[in-house]
Design a protein around this ligand. Structure first.
Ligand SMILES: Cc1cc2nc3c(=O)[nH]c(=O)nc-3n(C[C@H](O)[C@H](O)[C@H](O)COP(=O)(O)OP(=O)(O)OC[C@H]3O[C@@H](n4cnc5c(N)ncnc54)[C@H](O)[C@@H]3O)c2cc1C
Length: 430
């Protein structure tokens, strides 16, 4: 293997420490039986919440497996909590992570985009010319924007009407636009139809932008144009908006909220019934699995990747597994928590399969926290298991924050949100 950005460092994680970490997001994780023969090769594409977790955990499940993590960027910028950056409550720097810890876990890290996958030859090609062969390939490429999904919205339009749905430069652009806007201005957010990355994300963003406007530009107005009639934690959000943010207006699909095109030159969002002129426009467009999924032949016509719910192996290509946002994961939302949980289950399955064994069925957990204000958090939790070839909700498990909780509970949940981010990023990136 070649590549000037390769990292490899020594380091060990004790079995006890490993089991402690594995327990964070997955209900039950047995150790796979260890192979007696050749160690085998696993390649993971995408060093975000799913891929970085998966690479580390394959290595921990069976240290003899040769694991390579392929990531396009030397710095990972996390989306969770990035809405707080937009609202001026947090620095983007604290969202940024590197790959030293993963390299210390004996994973080869190759920092170059993967440009092709030959599923027949089991070969991955990178932009730096490296060619990596694999026994098992895992893809966790996150999302790409469907640039053909909303008339008028292309890469140039995103410079005027940022999506900020991949954290980094877009996050800072939206932040700067809000700072530059005069008091009395209008901010418009457009939220897409399902499925998309982070179902509660647009509403957390609306809340935190409303908080920024209330505390800094109180004459301003915020309109959320939605392509849906229902959304995650809806009653909790709407109750909080009524109490805290009277200048926030949510317009549902049925009320004509679906944005059908945008005119970035005129800073206008167009629906079937109206035209909305914005001083700041945050367009969250339709999405699909990261492009490498399409190149590998694991995404279907929906743009997302059908997977086996026990092993996360693609239903379209053998020996390729997909985790995280790119998957069609039934009831499981596209969240960092879910990507991390899926990655651990997938890692156990891959280690077992490489060892010639049969993976066990697991239960997976997800919890999504949202901040409505810096000291006001709400959450939704779910438990999922494989059933009829899909990941389905375990009935009676999970739930949402109580509607009538006191402010002390909301403050505690805000602390849990911060605590969750710290825990998951420490586990994955060190
Ligand atoms: C505003 C916002 C707020 C959010 N808040 C939360 C939250 O509070 N809680 C929560 O659980 N989730 C949250 N999410 C969702 C969360 O960010 C995603 O679900 C999570 O990042 C998915 O993990 P992933 O591994 O699928 O993709 P990512 O974490 O995006 O990782 C994908 C990685 O793959 C790399 N990659 C892609 N293609 C290639 C290639 N060809 N070659 C090499 N590398 C490649 C990318 O560079 C990237 O590093 C939020 C999202 C947004 C937008």
């Amino acid at each position: 293997m070649t590549g000037k950005h390769q990292l490899r460092k020594s380091g060990r994680t004790s079995r006890r420490e490993f089991l402690k970490r594995a327990g964070a997001a997955v209900a039950v994780l047995p150790l796979p039986s260890l192979a007696q023969g050749a160690p085998g090769r696993a390649v993971v594409i995408g060093g975000g919440f799913g891929g970085a977790t998966c690479a580390s955990f394959i290595k921990r499940f069976d240290p003899r497996i040769n694991v390579t993590l392929v990531e396009a960027s030397p710095t990972f910028t996390a989306c969770p909590m990035s809405n707080a950056v937009i609202a001026g409550l947090r620095d983007l720097k604290v969202q940024e992570f590197g790959y030293d810890k993963i390299a210390a876990d004996q994973v080869m890290v190759n920092l170059a985009p993967a440009t092709a996958v030959d599923a027949q030859a089991r070969l991955v090609t990178l932009s730096n010319g490296a060619r990596l062969s694999y026994d098992r390939l895992i893809l966790s490429p996150g999302i790409d924007i469907r640039w053909d999904g909303l008339p008028g919205y292309d890469e140039a339009a995103a410079e005027r009407m940022p999506h900020a749905w991949k954290a980094g430069a877009q996050t800072l652009l939206l932040r700067r636009q809000l700072e530059a806007m005069a008091d009395g201005g209008t901010v418009v957010i457009s939220a897409p139809a399902n499925p998309f990355r982070c179902p509660p994300g647009p509403y957390e963003r609306a809340s935190l932008i409303a908080y920024y406007l209330k505390t800094n530009k109180p004459k301003s107005k915020l309109i959320v144009l939605d392509a849906k009639d229902a959304f995650s934690k809806q009653r909790l959000f709407q109750n909080a908006w009524k109490e805290l943010y009277p200048n926030l207006e949510w317009i549902s699909l049925s009320s004509g909220g679906k944005v059908t095109s945008v005119d970035p030159g005129a800073m206008t969002l167009i629906t079937d019934f109206n035209r909305y002129k914005a001083d700041v426009a945050n367009v969250i467009p339709p999405q699909k699995a990261g492009r490498i999924a399409e190149l590998a032949g694991v995404s279907d016509r929906s743009g997302w990747c059908p997977i086996d719910p026990v092993t996360f192996e693609s239903k379209l290509q053998p020996n390729i597994h997909v985790v995280g946002d790119a998957t069609i994961a039934g009831g499981m939302p596209k969240s960092a928590f879910a990507a991390n949980a899926q990655a651990k289950v997938c890692a156990a399955a891959v280690a077992r399969l490489i060892a010639g064994g049969t993976p066990d069925q697991q239960k997976l957990i997800n919890t999504c926290y949202s901040l409505v204000a810096p000291d006001y958090g709400i959450s939704v939790a779910g438990v999922y298991t494989a059933s009829d070839g899909q990941l389905k909700d375990v009935e009676g498990a999970g739930g949402v924050s109580p509607l009538d909780a006191p402010s002390s509970t909301r403050a505690l949940e805000a602390q849990y949100a911060n605590g969750w981010f710290k825990t998951i990023t420490e586990e994955v990136f060190g």
